[in-house]
Design a protein around this ligand. Structure first.
Ligand SMILES: Nc1ncnc2c1ncn2[C@@H]1O[C@H](COP(=O)(O)OP(=O)(O)OP(=O)(O)O)[C@@H](O)[C@H]1O
Ligand SMILES: [Mg+2]
Length: 279
């Protein structure tokens, strides 16, 4: 991976080495905690990310819960700093590539892909057990350690913010990606763990069919696809995707949240049985 240099060298008590990436919520730097010497990831939120002071307080409150999260497949959140300089989220630094890289670069290996999905399910189940919905599951928010462990990041940061941005911009903004959004969120109904399952379905579609489930050149058309169009069965798109795995992906992408799964543990159990008949 190539890394952009940064002309910004410090925020709060963190020394910033380099930019790891930039997305819809902010810019992520690799930093060093000058008090402990530990490497960290620092997400400096975009100036317009927070709608108002209540939004900042709301996130600060959630972060006190995130700080207690303890799961091998969930990136640790260390701190949320928001007075004096720009608000920023200090996270565990995950030293491998992200899943966007994986999808693009990694040759097909069915078992390896299944192991990744198990870990995503485990991490998501944990987040749901803590009473949160991830709200932004997509390949950019699935990180890997060098050892190949999956770490979910950027959970529960967006929430209602999604809408404000989409409606204002009314286009497929490069970094805010509506490709993974569940139909019920588009309809402004309540989000639930099943909304994350839909996003997981889109991630799996990309991983196993090798392309996105929908092609649309504007936001309205894409929303319409999420709401009304049944994607082509993944096994029809890519013959290497076993039909029962394709069925599972289609179930995750059901328009009606009730037709998805009850829990992510159930998805993991169902995954253990897919592809048994493949040669
Ligand atoms: N804790 C982390 N450790 C290491 N790298 C990270 C960490 N968090 C993010 N990154 C890297 O920084 C990149 C940009 O992250 P960022 O969250 O800003 O963008 P995004 O995931 O595309 O969008 P979003 O704002 O919706 O989450 C990620 O794709 C990832 O490669
Ligand atoms: Mg992210």
């Amino acid at each position: 991976m190539s890394h952009k240099a940064t002309n910004r060298s410090k925020i709060y008590h963190y020394k910033l080495d380099r930019i790891l990436g930039e997305g819809g919520t902010g810019t992520v730097y690799r930093g060093i905690d000058q008090k402990s010497g530990e490497p960290v990831a620092v997400k400096v939120f975009h100036a317009n990310f927070f709608s108002d002071a209540t939004h900042v307080r709301d996130l600060a409150k959630s972060v006190t819960r995130f700080q207690k999260f303890d799961h091998p497949n969930v990136t640790r959140v260390l701190q949320f700093l928001h007075s004096g300089e720009e608000p920023c989220l200090i996270m565990e630094y995950v030293d491998g590539p992200d899943m966007k890289w994986y999808v693009r670069e990694r040759p097909w290996n069915m078992d390896e892909r299944l192991v990744i999905i198990y870990q995503i399910c485990n991490g998501l189940q944990y987040i749901h057990d803590q009473g949160f919905v991830h709200h932004d599951l997509k390949p950019e928010n699935v990180l890997f350690t060098r050892k190949g462990e999956v770490k979910l990041c950027d959970y529960a940061l967006r929430r209602a913010k999604w809408f404000a941005m989409f409606e204002k911009e009314n286009k497929l903004a490069g970094s805010v990606t509506p490709m993974y959004i569940a139909p019920e969120i588009i309809e402004k109904k309540a989000a639930s763990p099943q909304s994350d399952m839909y996003s997981l379905g889109v991630v799996l579609y990309l991983l196993f069919a090798g392309q996105f489930p929908f092609k649309a050149d504007n936001l309205q058309a894409l929303y319409m696809c999420h709401l009304r169009v049944k994607p082509e069965h993944p096994s029809g798109v890519n013959r290497r995707c076993p039909p029962d795995l394709g069925d599972l992906i289609m179930r995750l992408m059901s328009k009606d949240p009730k037709e998805r799964f009850e829990t992510c543990d159930q998805i993991r159990i169902a995954l253990a049985n897919v592809g048994q008949s493949r040669i």
